[in-house]
Ligand binder design. Structure first.
Ligand SMILES: Cc1cc2nc3c(=O)[nH]c(=O)nc-3n(C[C@H](O)[C@H](O)[C@H](O)COP(=O)(O)O)c2cc1C
Length: 328
C-alpha cells in the first residue's frame, strides 16, 4: 500500500472525502472514514466568524479521533484574520489546515474570498504565507481551474501557492463560472501536477472506482478526492480501498444499505441536537434509497422524517416493498 505525505501527515493513497458544507459534517466524515476514506476535510469555516467568537463557527471546528487525519478548512480574504483564525483553531488539533480558494457561492466569492482569490495571486500568496507562519501543521490550498473560461490560471496559481508555502494543492477541474455544470477538466489537474512538486489532489466528477483509477493514471495526481458521489454511498470508499488492498469487494445488499442509513442517523444524533440531526438526515435518507425500486414514492416520507423511530419504520416499510416486488 502506498502512502502520500502532506508535510508530516501520512495519507493512504486510496481516495479522500471532499469538504462539503451542509453535507460532510462530523457524522458524515466518521462514516466515510470508517468505510475507507483515507483523509477528511471539514466544511468551510469563516476566519472572520472565528475571530468574532461566533459559537456556531467554532462548533464546526471540533474533530473526533475517528475522522483523522482531518483538515479544518478556513476561508477569508484578509491575511490578518486568516492568521488569527489559525491561532483559534489550534486548540482543535487539526492535522492539516486547508485554505478555500475555490468556493463559487456569492456569500464567499462575492466578498473576495473562495474562488475570488484566484483573481489575486499576490493577496493569495500573502494569505498562504500568513497562515503558514502561524500554523504548526501543514497548510494546503484548494483551488479551481480558474475564474472563468478567459481566466484559466490554475497552473501558475498553484505554483505561486507552493512558493508561498502550501504543502499540497487540491484542484477541482472547473472554473468558478461553471459552478458544478459541464465536465471537470482532468488536463488542468495533469498540468498542475507537472508544475508543482508538492502533492496534488485531483478532484471533480469521480463517481466510481474506474473514475478514480483514471484520475490517478491520466493526471498523475497523488490523491483523488470525491464529493457528490459519496451521497448515500460510502461504499465508493470501501470499493476503492478494497481494490488497493487487493481484497474482494461486495456491493451492499438492501439490508446493508438501510442499516447504514440508520447507523448514519445514529452518528448524527450522537453529535447534534435531535431535531437538527433528524432534519439534516432527510436528504441523506433520500440519497440512500436513490436508484432502488420504489424510491421515488418514498422520497416524500424521507423529507418528512421527524424522529429516529420514523426512520426505522421507513426502512422496514421500504424492505417490505422490496419483498413484495421480488415476489411479483
Ligand atoms: C454541497 C456541496 C458543498 C461543498 N462545500 C465545499 C466546502 O465547504 N469547501 C470546499 O472546498 N469545497 C466544497 N464543495 C466542493 C467539493 O469539495 C468538490 O470540489 C466538488 O463537489 C467537486 O467534486 P465532486 O465532483 O467529486 O463532487 C462543495 C460541494 C458541494 C456539492
Amino acid at each position: 500500500m502506498e502512502y502520500v505525505k502532506i508535510g508530516n501527515v501520512e495519507i493512504k493513497k486510496t481516495a479522500v472525502l471532499a469538504p462539503m458544507a451542509g453535507v460532510a459534517d462530523r457524522a458524515y466524515r466518521i462514516l466515510n472514514r470508517e468505510f475507507g476514506a483515507s483523509y477528511t476535510v471539514s466544511e468551510l469555516i469563516s476566519a472572520k466568524g472565528l475571530c468574532y467568537s461566533d459559537r456556531k463557527t467554532e462548533e464546526l471546528c471540533r474533530i473526533t479521533e475517528r475522522e483523522r487525519p482531518c483538515a479544518l478548512q478556513i476561508f477569508g480574504c484578509e491575511p490578518e484574520f486568516m492568521a488569527k483564525a489559525v491561532k483559534i483553531i489550534e486548540q482543535y488539533r487539526p492535522d492539516i489546515i486547508d485554505i478555500n480558494m475555490g468556493c463559487p457561492v456569492p456569500k464567499v466569492a462575492g466578498n473576495g474570498a473562495g474562488a475570488a482569490l484566484m483573481k489575486d495571486k499576490a493577496l493569495s500568496s500573502e494569505i498562504v504565507r500568513a497562515v503558514v507562519a502561524e500554523s504548526k501543521v501543514p497548510v494546503t490550498v484548494k483551488i479551481r481551474k480558474g475564474w472563468d473560461a478567459e481566466h484559466v490560471n490554475a497552473v501558475e496559481f498553484a505554483a505561486a501557492m507552493e512558493e508561498a508555502g502550501a504543502a499540497a494543492i487540491t484542484v477541482h477541474g472547473r472554473t468558478k463560472d461553471q459552478m458544478y455544470t459541464g465536465k471537470s477538466d482532468m488536463d488542468i489537474i495533469r498540468e498542475v501536477k507537472k508544475a508543482v512538486s508538492v502533492p496534488v489532489i485531483g478532484n471533480g466528477d469521480v463517481a466510481s472506482l474506474d473514475d478514480c483509477l483514471r484520475m490517478y493514471e491520466y493526471t498523475g495526481c497523488d490523491l483523488v478526492m470525491i464529493g457528490r458521489a459519496t451521497y448515500g454511498n460510502p461504499w465508493i470508499f470501501r470499493e476503492i480501498d478494497s481494490y488497493f488492498e487487493g481484497k474482494p469487494f461486495t456491493a451492499p445488499d438492501l439490508d446493508e444499505r438501510l442499516d447504514t442509513l440508520l447507523y448514519h442517523l445514529r452518528l448524527a444524533l450522537s453529535d447534534k441536537p435531535d431535531h437538527i440531526a433528524v432534519q439534516e438526515a432527510r436528504k441523506h435518507a433520500a440519497w440512500y434509497l436513490t436508484g432502488m425500486y420504489g424510491a421515488a414514492s418514498f422520497r416524500a416520507r424521507c423529507y418528512s422524517l421527524s424522529s429516529y423511530e420514523d426512520a426505522v419504520k421507513l426502512t422496514e416499510d421500504f424492505k417490505e416493498l422490496q419483498k413484495r416486488n421480488s415476489k411479483k
